[in-house]
Design a binder for this molecule. Sequence first.
Ligand SMILES: Nc1nc2c(c(=O)[nH]1)N[C@H]1C(S)=C(S)[C@@H](COP(=O)(O)OP(=O)(O)OC[C@H]3O[C@@H](n4cnc5c(N)ncnc54)[C@H](O)[C@@H]3O)O[C@H]1N2
Ligand code: MOO
Ligand code: MG
Length: 542
Amino acid sequence: MITTSLQKTPFAALSRLVSGVRGKTIIITVPGSPKGAKENLEAVINVLPHAVDLAKGGTGENVHAQLNAQKTNNSKDESGHQCVHNTKHEHHHKHEHDTTRSFLSDPLSGPVTQRQRKSPYPMITVDEALNIIANNAEILGSITVPVNENLVGMVLAEDVYAKEPVPGYRASIVDGYAVVASDGPGIYPVVGVSIANVQSDAMQLKPGQITRITTGGPIPNGATAVVMVEDTSLVSTSADGLQEESVKIHVQARNNEWIREIGSDTSVGTVIVRKGELVTAVGGEIGVLSSVGVREVRVYKRPVIGILSTGNEVVNHNEPELKYGQIRDSNRPTLLAIGKITGFEVKDFGIVSDNVQELENVLKLALSQVDVLVTTGGVSMGEFDLLKPTLERSLEATIHFGRLKMKPGKPTTFATIISDEYKKLIFSLPGNPVSATVTSYLFVLPALRKIAGYDNWNLPIVQAELSNNISLDPRPEYHRATISYDYTKGKFLAVSTGNQISSRLLSMCSCNALLKLPGKTDQLKELVKGTMVDAILIGQLN
Ligand SMILES: Nc1nc2c(c(=O)[nH]1)N[C@H]1C(S)=C(S)[C@@H](COP(=O)(O)OP(=O)(O)OC[C@H]3O[C@@H](n4cnc5c(N)ncnc54)[C@H](O)[C@@H]3O)O[C@H]1N2
Ligand code: MOO
Ligand SMILES: [Mg+2]
């Protein structure tokens, strides 16, 4: 079965087909895919009568006789095993068992002549891909965490209410004098001082009296307003001249003027943050939670992301010198930075060579430690592009898609694997640096946001006007641009970052938006300056 499959794809060498005999029963395992199952079964179906005969304890002579009669071509290998070649099978080349064994030990030595020449993955649209990802990205559960600056980027797993009122006591909004408003303007004795500080109890104020008060100071019982110090004048002092004895109030205070009532900023029971809302870096959520005495909140667990680069030619970016054919790893530093800045915990799994065993080992190690694994490189049609077969065959991952109708990012691959009861997501992004970066924003980030519990996990989109003509690509393009708001025009303007080839990382520099451009048609070959397009915001507006 493997020999036949190898003529269709070198990945057959990764297959773990097992056949054997238990008692008198022949057991043959075939791959799960209908196509693979059919091909493999067809490869052995003609020898089954012979095998069954032998398994039943027969000599095989009957079958030999039949097969000979059918002019089936038999040959014998050195070990004496029968090797039956199906007459229907056409041999375009000589294949020997030694070669087969070497395929098995190292698929990379499989003959390139037998590689697949068409991708077996259907090309689906970006929207279809996003739907598939959304259906697989699940919340990981929730944890209780303290309220502090580390809460930024987390999403609430519960509605949180104010436990205490703010302010907790009637407080002055200004520096001045607490008065009984109905007393009106006039000269009054200063009977006390209420500064913003701990106090044993509220002071008492009777009509005809005033107290000095500072901003935030507790309003004495009986006071109904505060008059600003600017609206008063000193009349008399204590004998030593250090204290105010009486003060003239120049204005008519209104009832409750300059007083913050208990709970007037935040009343008990107010919803501060709702389930599904993000604690932003703007600070409001953390500030309010702190102000009302909420010391802990329940938030969704944030996914831990693993990042690795693949490729024999890829070396650490800080390598002092490059050998001929080597390339510095720009994908890993980029993706680590994106993961970190968007608020997720990232783990670095380094650079993995294009070797099935090494890939399998590192992928397994990474998947034991992370919720989402992001790899770059090795997903297209080259004979060293091993991610897809390794994921499917060595890790038993389910590949949901392996080719997208988009530029950059065509070979973007998405797989899942059930591990530790959780469904883990694997994004195998294309190796081209721009493709890896763009697809990490378009696919990985929304998935992370959905797992982290965001109500709205999609990236924001605004409309922007093209500042240049742009020729369209046959595939819908995610064109890198810098957008900024033009106040005179009252709209966003988009300036292309130049040559958009997927290897040119400079096109990502100063880019804050991905323009969604349609694929080229006979009717529409370019978008002209002035056209309004959707711009997916991936960076800050400056
Ligand atoms: N016959 C076909 N060839 C290619 C197709 C296709 O459909 N048919 N697709 C092309 C497209 S589109 C892309 S995108 C790339 C994707 O390639 P892979 O994901 O297989 O990535 P590699 O082959 O490993 O590398 C591609 C390119 O990127 C460089 N690279 C890889 N990793 C890094 C890194 N960490 N840092 C910097 N640069 C990296 C690598 O050296 C290659 O130049 O396939 C096309 N081919
Ligand atoms: O789709 Mo590839 O990502 O153009 O370069
Ligand atoms: Mg490749």
